[in-house]
Design a protein around this ligand. Structure first.
Ligand SMILES: Nc1ncnc2c1ncn2[C@@H]1O[C@H](COP(=O)(O)OP(=O)(O)OP(=O)(O)O)[C@@H](O)[C@H]1O
Ligand SMILES: [Mg+2]
Length: 292
């Protein structure tokens, strides 16, 4: 064996050993991970899902939450509908809700589950209507246009998700909730992830998106953000569009998780790098809770 081969082997072993303290730290812990629609379409979905499967096999309890914004819009157009948004929220009449349900629980969710199985893991897909897991109220329309069947999470019943985790499987949760009127409601997936993280007493909330993190007014990446600064950036309009519900979701979970992270889902293995190495990526929000 050449010196180079031995060197390469040692380096490989070293990389694995470096993950040991992180595996020890988070093994047995619940991690809620939201996959953004744009991040999912970025072409490294399998690398991301491989990370999730690996985390599961080293004893962590990852819960995957997904929306499906771009796919829903594309299917709406195919059905002759025009997608419309108010403050980043999809105006959801009953015909739109049918499309949302078909796309999330008939396509996006089952595709993620199938991919996880191809990668050697085991997953079960469910929506907030199953169980029911997520009970929602109709979102307030603050004097503006009625958003229709858009819900805000009111109560979380974690039992269906916990039982999937206890089986050693990965729950894949679609962002749909059950209203008190028995109707299905469309819920922002960032908010679903935050509410699940709180209810499951997760150690981390991780939101994967299609940018490298939250930017300041100059466009520079903010590697850390606290509630006060984040609120100000929202008021100033520096944090806008789809980043608003995401930052709000991170802030919502802060009283309960150790940390919330907004990371770049376009980067291969961003999740693994964030969790199992010293390298912090994206924007971190430090929480107040400790989960030892
Ligand atoms: N201050 C900011 N820093 C970074 N991105 C920002 C900021 N303000 C607005 N954005 C926008 O927010 C977008 C991310 O939110 P978006 O809702 O589009 O994606 P997602 O939530 O990851 O995916 P999906 O909504 O499909 O699940 C970025 O692509 C960027 O254009
Ligand atoms: Mg979004």
């Amino acid at each position: 064996m050449t010196v180079e081969t031995i060197d390469l082997r040692l380096r490989r072993a070293q990389t694995l050993i470096e993950a040991l303290p992180y595996i020890r730290r988070f093994s047995g812990h619940t991690l809620v991970i939201k996959l953004g629609g744009a991040a999912a379409a970025a072409g490294n979905l399998d690398e991301f899902l491989q990370d999730v499967v690996l985390l599961r096999f080293v004893g962590m309890r990852p819960v995957l939450v997904h929306g499906g914004g771009p796919e829903i819009s594309s299917w709406q157009r195919r059905m002759g509908m025009t997608p419309r948004f108010v403050n980043g929220l999809r105006v959801t009449d009953s015909a739109t809700m049918e499309v949302v349900k078909m796309v999330l629980t008939g396509k996006v969710g089952p595709d993620l589950v199938a991919r996880i199985h191809r990668l050697g893991g085991s997953a079960i897909g469910l929506s907030g209507e199953d169980g029911p897991t997520l009970l929602v109220r109709r979102a307030q329309n603050n004097g503006g246009e009625d958003l229709g069947l858009v819900g805000e999470v009111d109560q979380v019943n974690v039992e269906p998700v916990v039982s999937i985790l206890d089986q050693g499987r990965i729950p894949v949760v679609a962002s749909i909730g059950l209203g008190y009127d028995g109707e299905a409601y469309n819920v922002n997936a960032d908010a679903v992830a935050a509410e699940l993280a709180v209810a499951l007493q997760a150690t981390k909330l991780i939101l994967l998106t299609d940018v490298d993190g939250v930017h300041d007014v100059t466009g520079a990446l903010l590697s850390e953000l606290d509630a006060q600064r984040a609120d100000q950036l929202i008021v100033d309009g520096v944090i806008a569009g789809g980043m608003v519900p995401k930052v709000r979701a991170a802030l919502r979970a802060l009283g309960s998780v150790e940390a919330a992270h907004i990371i770049d889902g376009r980067v291969a293995h961003a999740l693994l790098l964030e969790l199992l190495t010293a390298e912090g990526v994206g924007t971190m929000f430090a929480g107040v809770a400790r989960h030892d």
